[in-house]
Design a protein around this ligand. Structure first.
Ligand code: F6P
Length: 364
């Protein structure tokens, strides 16, 4: 009689991100190579609550490495500990932890690979802590704001998209003698703005970590004009705010992990720059272009390394960890630690000093 195969599951949770499919591919191929079975869970934790999953084979992951999005689907709404169900036109929240545990037991799943950002990793950590589910996390987000890792996959691609946008904005800014403001994502961290701003030769970079003084931004733009540069490029992170001011919120959303939808600071800033400097200003919001499409070569490699490392951790029975990049090596860290406060840009970091040394204004 043939021996029973070990069974695992993989899901993608939260906002999508370039490289998700590359991680899925690496996880699945590693498990299959070791004669294990692996379920793909559809639509993040929703699939775990509803038992929506299927066994994956080589054919399911063949050719997906360079594809954007996730073949498993995702959602940033469904939390099994507070699962929203519509009853009589109202959202009612249920604790579905027992259903999740039962679904895993029924499918004889030994451990779960959670590919996600802070919301999904927090749920993974809670499932491990409170329900004894065996979990291995993989750090995903274009924002690069997860603690306990030097890099999340997806960030490199987002940075490349934003840098390309800045290159394009440069030529039109120069032709029209305008100030071009580019609003980039990143939630409450400025990693995308900082790195793309440096790579794209921005004159002003505004980060959530450094509240900005509009007068300092205007002074920089005027100084450039006096030096014969009739245009300027400003990168602003969606989470940036003025000194003593508030975040700019696009919308509040019910039933989401993230009820605050950031957006709009770029347009506000462009208006203020135009009225205070007398120079025409325009705003471009890069939005979801940063999240869609094919991962960069760096992200493909990082995602593959993370996927293999996550499967290897499961195979050796090392659970309740997240795979992480540390000094260019893939290591594991306790998932409880990884599911803590987001990682901001340190304001005294070498990279900010580098920017200041070449004359970039950080709004202070
Ligand atoms: O975390 C990734 C991210 O793209 C943020 O940069 C952005 O604020 C947020 O997700 C937008 O998420 P949603 O998909 O809920 O609009």
């Amino acid at each position: 009689m043939s021996e029973k195969k070990r069974r695992f599951a993989v899901l993608t949770g939260g906002g999508d991100c370039p490289g998700l499919n590359a991680v899925i591919s690496a996880v699945v191929k590693t498990f299959l190579q070791h004669d294990c079975e692996v379920y793909g869970v559809f639509n993040g934790f929703n699939g775990l609550v509803n038992g929506n999953m299927k066994l994956l084979d080589y054919a399911d992951v063949s050719g997906i490495l360079p594809r954007g999005g996730t073949i498993l689907g995702t959602t940033n709404r469904d939390n099994p500990f507070k699962f929203a169900v519509e009853e009589n036109g109202e959202l009612v929240y249920h604790d579905m932890r027992e259903t999740v545990v039962e679904n895993l037991r029924q499918h004889e799943i030994e451990a779960l690979v959670v590919i996600g950002g802070d919301g999904s990793l927090n749920i993974g950590a809670k499932l491990a802590r409170e329900c004894s589910v065996k979990v291995v996390g993989v750090p995903k987000t274009i924002d690069n704001d997860l603690p306990c890792t030097e890099r999340t996959f997806g960030f490199d691609t987002a940075m490349a998209v934003a840098t390309d946008a800045l290159d394009r904005l440069h030529t039109t800014a120069e032709s029209h003698h305008r100030v071009m403001v580019l609003e980039v994502m990143g939630r409450y961290a400025g990693w995308i703005a900082l790195h793309s701003g440096l790579a794209g030769g921005a004159d002003v970079i505004l980060l959530p970590e450094i509240p900005y003084d509009i007068d300092s931004v205007i002074a920089k733009i005027k100084e450039r004009k006096e030096a014969g540069k009739s245009f300027s490029i400003v990168v602003v992170a969606e989470g940036a705010k003025p000194v003593g001011g508030e975040l700019t919120i696009a919308r509040m959303v019910k039933g989401s992990f993230e009820p605050i939808r950031l957006g709009g600071v770029g347009e506000k800033l462009a208006e203020e720059i135009e009225s205070k400097s007398g120079i025409e200003a325009r705003c471009t919001v890069l939005g979801y272009l940063q999240r869609g499409g094919s991962p960069s070569p760096f992200d493909r490699v990082l995602s593959t390394r993370y996927g293999v490392a996550a499967a290897e951790a499961c195979l050796r029975g090392e659970y309740n960890v997240m795979v992480s990049l540390y000094h260019d090596q893939i290591v594991t860290v306790y998932i409880q630690r990884a599911a803590s406060e987001p990682r901001s840009v340190p304001v005294d970091s070498e990279i900010i000093r580098t920017g200041r040394q070449i004359g970039i204004c950080f709004g202070n």
